[in-house]
Design a protein around this ligand. Structure first.
Ligand code: AMP
Ligand code: ZN
Length: 140
């Protein structure tokens, strides 16, 4: 546990949360400032900052919980869809430095945008640049 981390303190039961799911590795609870009814956060119980800092097994467990919970959340609030997202690092808007996946219920005509609305102008990349980026990402 990291002393001043609010999500570690929720895991330890030191501050209250509306817990909706728990297993050995993960905890899910309602967001305190929901973007929509049913807005839920899924976290690893151990403190990891970003996805890149999270080992394989807890990472897989978090995604397994997200996969399990998403349809339950949609049913619970009668949502038409969900946006599932991580602010993965400070530059992406992460404020709580403990990995968490947002599950945000979406409703027809709710006025929210798609994930494509998160950046300003899209970069204009050439075919060569796209090839080079794909090569760099592909594991050896
Ligand atoms: P992020 O910007 O991705 O780091 O999101 C942090 C989220 O944590 C925000 O949506 C907050 O509303 C939520 N949050 C902060 N403190 C609490 C808390 N004590 N219980 C539940 N959710 C919280
Ligand atoms: Zn933490």
């Amino acid at each position: 546990m990291t002393e001043d981390c609010i999500f570690c303190r929720i895991v330890e039961g030191e501050i209250p949360a509306r817990v909706v799911y728990e297993d050995e590795e993960t905890l899910a609870f309602l967001d305190a400032n929901p973007l929509a009814p049913g807005h839920t956060l899924v976290i690893p119980k151990h403190h990891y900052g970003t996805l890149g800092e999270t080992p394989t097994e807890p990472g897989e467990m978090v995604f397994s919980a997200v996969h399990y919970l998403t349809p339950l959340i949609e049913d619970a609030v009668d949502a038409d869809a969900t946006t599932v997202a991580i602010n993965n690092g400070e530059a992406a808007g992460q404020e709580v430095p403990h990995l968490h996946v947002h599950i945000v219920p979406r409703f027809d005509g709710d006025g929210g945008g798609p994930i494509h609305a998160i950046t300003g102008d899209s970069p204009d990349l050439s075919e060569d640049e796209l090839d080079e980026i794909a090569d760099r990402i592909t594991p050896n």
